[in-house]
Structures are given as C-alpha cells and as structure tokens.
Design a protein around this ligand. Structure first.
Ligand code: NOJ
Length: 561
C-alpha cells in the first residue's frame, strides 16, 4: 500500500455559518475562522475542509451556489479568504474546498439564462423536460420533500432538482458544463488550495430517459429515484475525465460524498489504478438507525450491525481503496448523542468514539465541536429550526400526511441536521462566545458546561484526548495502515479488533455500553509484551488483560508484540 500524506492526515470540517462570527451580525465568517487558527493548530489537525463559502442565496446554507468564484458577502471577501489560506499554510495546515457541482442555485447566471428561453445557449446546462399528462415528467421525490421537478411557466417545461427547487441539477451530459466545471476547479487549484470535498458527486450522471421509480412507499405521492442517478451510467467516465483534465495535475486530495455506495463501488471510485478520487464518504453507518421509511423512521442501532458494516468496509477496501472515517458532519446528528451517551457518560463516551474513529484504517474526519463533545439540541418549537430539509419534512408530515407533530419533533430531535449546526461553543459568555449579536440559529443551552475554553484548561478533557489520538497516528504508521481484524463478532456491548502491520500488532478494546462488562481476550491474540498507548480511564499498566472488567464506555489501545 502506497504511503500518502492524505492517508496520514486528520481532517477537520468547518461549517462557516456556525463556527465563529467576527462582526456581530450573528453569522460565522472567514475572519472568525482566522481568529481560531491557533486553536486548530493546537488540536493538531492537518487539513481543514471548509463547507461552501461561495456566493449563495442560502436556501440550503451555501450548498446552492450562485457564483463559484466569489465569496458570500456574509462571510467576507476574497482577500479574507486568501488570508485564511495563507494563515493555514503558514501553520503547515492545508485547505480543501467544498465542490458543489451536481447543482447550482437557481440564481446562478447559467440558470437565469437557461430558464429564459428554449433556444438560449444555456438551456442545455440544466435538465428540462415537458410534463406528462399535465403532471411532472416522472415521479421522483426531492431529497427535501415533494417532487424533484419544478414547473417553469416561461417555457412551459419542468426542470429537475434532486434537492430544493432553488438547486436545479446541472446537465453533465453536456460537455460544455463539464468544461466550465473543470475550468472553475483549475482556477481554485491555481490559487493554491489542497483539494476538494465533492458534494453528492455520485449523483451527477443520470439515466438518460429519466424513468419513473417503482412505488416503494404507497403513502407518498413521490418516490425515491435513486436507482436512476446514484452511481449513474457515466459516473466513472466523468470522474476519470475530471481527473485527467484537472486533478492529476496537482498534489491534492479528494473526497467524494457518495450516498448509497457499497464497498465494491468505493473500490471503483478510490482504487489507485482507477484515477478518480482518493476516498469517499460511505453512508451505510449513517443508515444503521433508520427504518424502512428512511432517516426520520427511527430505529435503535445495534452494535453487531455497526461491526458488520465497519468490518466490511475495513476488509473490502484494504489494499484496494481508501476509507474516510466519520460519525458526524453538518448533515448528521452529533455522534456523542447518537452513538454514545450525552448525559452521565458524555466525556468517556465521546473519548471512546474518538478512539474508534482514530484507530481504524482510513482518514479520520472531525466535525467542529466534536472535539469538545458537543451534543444534539432540543428546541421547543419548529420555529427555532432553520434547516430546509427539516422544515419541508415537517410541513409535509404534519400538514399533508397529518402525522402527530410531537412524533415529528421526536424524529427531528434525533436526526435533524440542525443538531450539528448550532453555533460552536467557545466559552461561557453570552451566545457561547460565538457572536456579540443574535445568532442565526440559537446556541445549545448547555454551552456553560460544554465549551472550548473549559476544554483547553482541563488536562482530562475530550479536546486533550483528541490531541493525543492525533499525535499517536503520527507516531505509529500501524494506526494508519495496519490490517484490521474483528474480535468478538457477536458481542452487543464490546467492540474489539486488532490491527497488524509487519510484526506489530495493535489491540483496540471499546465498550459501547453504559454497563460494566467483563472482557475476555480471545485466544487468537497472543503476545509477550504490551504497551498501553491511550485509554479514557486511568489504568494500571501492569494489569493482566486476558480477563478484566471494562468501565462504562471504556476504551483502551495497546501495542502488543
Ligand atoms: C450534501 C450536503 O452535505 C448537504 O448539506 C446538502 O444539503 C446536499 N448535499 C445538497 O447540496
């Protein structure tokens, strides 16, 4: 397996709107980020992934872009952005930008042209179809509720939008669209960025005749059309072209956001001989607590399921592709609330989950606030929520499908994206030190207890633990590259595995439960000496580990030989 800097890096995601506000307008901005660069350096992360900062009407907080080469006014100017890049590079950190090219904003000049007439040169930049029997061209559902088609009176046709109606899908079949995208990417790379995170990049190629989807849920007017655009017919051709024309010319990293991929697909996207992407975000783990009707259909997760999914990805990509490791981001609930315990055992469980992510094969991603154990939020009313996905779903479920609003709120508490989007908690001052104004979304009321200032002062904090984990990856290549082997497959509380690299072996023992549980080391793990690399409780290092009792959410990592 080839050694690469992006395999050995730890990546930190910033959601700029919620990170740090420098000018008191209640919205995070670039100068706010710049003021926190020493904090990020102290943590020890290598790469920053910046969620979109481009010009946008913010229907979907920047994932609806109206100009790819300008900075959003609320975030600052291009000079601020350059200062940010320099500030990162001078601290030996890198910057990757979010590339959102499955769709643009409906306020992008291309779309304004495109919708103006059927013979406009930009018409074919988007996906237009005439209606069928006075209805939409097909039955596809938008990811943000309702039809994926919007009727446009001007030309009496519909355009496709897999997300909001202000996010029309680009037509990648059109070579001009692809050239425009490649030129824009080249322009950013020439400014010195270090790579891209690619938004729903495996949706860009659609099956050409756009057939209606089979009815999966008869209670809904529209259905998921995923089978006609997830990993679509020309996806690998498009990515190889992008790689040839742009990516291969730079020493950069790429990570594709790819809902619905299997490990086999991921090998095609990330195989070193394939010349497409470096790694992808898989969603199987994120679906582990969803019922048959999708993310809002709550279902408790089972540890054996998590093991099955993660082991499959670890084993199938080993030597053939590369994993990205994450348990939360701006689209997901907070991981400590979801997979750990956000009350009594918040601190040990946040450390245990971090140990898990940082001791697997792949590149770990930290989402802002994760390093201080930020939790989900429960706002009293729907009016306090801001996310378009949540608000549209609430309207559909409550107004059209007459589902009990309290039940809908419960799903939002568990799965809503705003859980991750409340402002970063910097200190115990008003609005958690995020802004001197009124924040665009309320701060989680637990900020007096959970904040970065406290974490920096406490030698036992989650933050200090992350620092150590990040350092360990730098000191021990086995943590990055070692082969993974699952132990105790059927245990519903303990997740244990080894990693092997040459003669070295790493033993990772994690208690995913709030109970004290007896641990018995399987016979197959043989060793003469052991060294404890990290643990989230104080451990007597001389202790025998053939058999012992694990504390609630305890995590231990041993190097054995
Ligand atoms: C995935 C992004 O992460 C999410 O925030 C966004 O809403 C959709 N793609 C559409 O761009």
């Amino acid at each position: 397996m080839e050694r690469k800097w992006w395999k050995e890096s730890v990546i930190y995601q910033i959601y700029p709107r919620s990170f740090m506000d420098s000018n008191g307008d209640g919205i995070g901005d670039l100068q706010g980020i710049i003021s926190k660069l020493d904090y990020l350096k102290e943590l020890g992360v290598d790469v920053i992934w910046l969620s979109p900062v481009y010009q946008s009407p913010n229907d979907d907080n920047g994932y609806d872009i109206s100009n790819y080469q300008e900075i959003m006014d609320e975030f600052g100017t291009m000079e601020d952005w350059e200062q940010l890049l320099d500030g990162l590079h001078s601290r030996e950190m890198k910057l990757i930008m979010d590339l959102v090219v499955n769709h643009t904003s409906d306020e992008h000049p291309w779309f304004i042209e495109s919708r103006s007439s059927k013979d406009n040169p930009y018409r074919d930049y988007y996906i237009w179809r005439s209606g069928k029997n006075g209805k939409e061209p097909n039955n596809w559902e938008s990811a943000f509720s309702g039809s994926a088609w919007q009727y446009d009176e001007k030309t009496d046709e519909y355009y496709l939008h897999l997300f909001s109606k202000k996010q029309p899908d680009l037509n990648w079949e059109n070579p001009k669209v692809r050239q425009e995208v490649y030129e824009m990417m080249t322009w950013w790379l020439d400014k010195g960025i270090d790579g891209f995170r690619m938004d729903v990049i495996n949706f860009i190629s659609k099956v050409e005749d756009l057939p209606s989807a089979p009815i999966q849920n008869p209670n809904k007017p529209y259905q998921s059309g995923g089978q006609f655009f997830v990993n679509g017919p020309r996806i690998h051709e498009f990515l190889q072209e992008m790689n040839r024309e742009v990516l291969s010319k730079y020493d950069i990293m790429t990570v594709g956001e790819t809902p619905g991929v299997t490990p086999q697909d991921a090998v095609l996207y990330t195989g070193e001989d394939r010349h497409e992407l470096n790694m992808v975000f898989q969603f199987e783990l994120m679906d582990v607590d969803s019922g048959p009707n999708g993310k809002w259909d709550l279902k408790p997760w089972k540890l054996t399921e998590i093991k099955r999914i993660m082991s499959k990805w670890q084993n199938e990509l080993n030597g053939k592709g590369w994993n990205s490791l994450y348990m939360n981001n701006h689209d997901q609930p907070r991981m400590v609330s979801r997979f750990g315990n956000d009350t009594t055992y918040r601190i040990p469980s946040a450390k245990m989950l971090a140990t898990f992510l940082h001791t697997l094969q792949g590149t770990p991603y930290i989402y802002q606030g994760e390093e201080i154990g930020m939790t989900n939020v429960r706002f009293d009313t729907i009016d306090d929520y801001r996310d378009i996905e949540t608000l549209n779903m609430y309207k559909e479920y409550v107004n059209e499908r007459h589902i009990d609003p309290q039940k809908v709120m419960e799903s939002i508490y568990v799965k809503g994206r705003d859980n991750a989007r409340t402002p970063m908690q910097w200190d115990e001052s008003e609005h958690a030190g995020f802004t001197t104004g009124t924040p665009w979304i309320a701060v989680n009321p637990n900020y007096k207890e959970i904040n970065a200032k406290k974490a920096l002062e406490d030698p036992d904090s989650i933050f200090q633990y992350y620092k150590k984990l990040i350092q360990l990856r730098k000191e021990h290549p086995i943590i990055v590259y070692g082969d993974y082997k699952l132990l105790l497959e059927d245990d519903e509380k303990i997740y244990a595995y080894t990693r092997s690299f040459g003669k070295q072996k790493l033993l990772v023992i994690l208690n995913f439960s709030k109970d004290q549980v007896p641990f018995h080391l399987p016979e197959e793990v043989q060793f003469n000496s052991k060294e404890l690399l990290i643990s989230n409780y104080s451990v007597n290092e001389a202790q025998e580990i053939k058999q012992f009792s694990l504390q609630p959410y305890e995590a231990r990592v041993y190097l054995v030989s």
